[in-house]
Design a protein around this ligand. Sequence first.
Ligand code: DX5
Ligand code: ZN
Length: 218
Amino acid sequence: MAIQISPSILSANFAHLADEVEAVARTADWLHVDVMDNHFVPNLTLGLPVVESLVKESSLPLDCHLMIEDPDRWAPTYAEVGAGSVTIHAEAAKAPVRTLRAIRSAGARAGLALNPATPVDAYADLLGEIDMLLVMTVEPGFGGQKFLDLVLPKIRRARELIRNSEASVWLQVDGGVSTETIERCAEAGADVFVAGSAVYGREDPGAAVDELRSLAER
Ligand code: DX5
Ligand code: ZN
């Protein structure tokens, strides 16, 4: 499975979003969009109207990470407006199978996210329903947090479960991914890497993506 990099616009300048997207358009694979509702996480970012505008503006497909309390109600709509991938949190979904199927029916890839304390084995039976598993490497809510090494065994276990299943599922990590930590994640089995501050905190975000990719590919 090829390495993919998904820069998170949470660390971008929201007043110049189109320019910030353009800065990574030639080197990244996806654009990671963090939707937060101030209920599931203690932070508020953006929602459907901004995603609809980004779909039109971005040459990269959108990787929408929904950190919201009612993903069953909202996730399929993000797929309908053109997101390439829609990820819901296992801790928030009341009917994950129905919602993941609705995301796929609307034409997007379906993702399932697990917080650092959520065990992956409990979701092994859902691997056939998803296109991507997101193992959070920080508690969700904010960019720029420190990578949690305690999640590494879960990344390894997730890779093992995916390998043992018939399903073809990407394994994404999000939170504290940087030039310091990306090799550890890749070694543990991750293949899709979200990076916010490690991309947009740099002078040249496009070059930062290249650098992260080459470290992950080693
Ligand atoms: C955090 C978000 C992340 C965030 C990562 O809850 O899901 O996508 O932007 O930011 P960094 O890479 O700075 O930890
Ligand atoms: Zn995210």
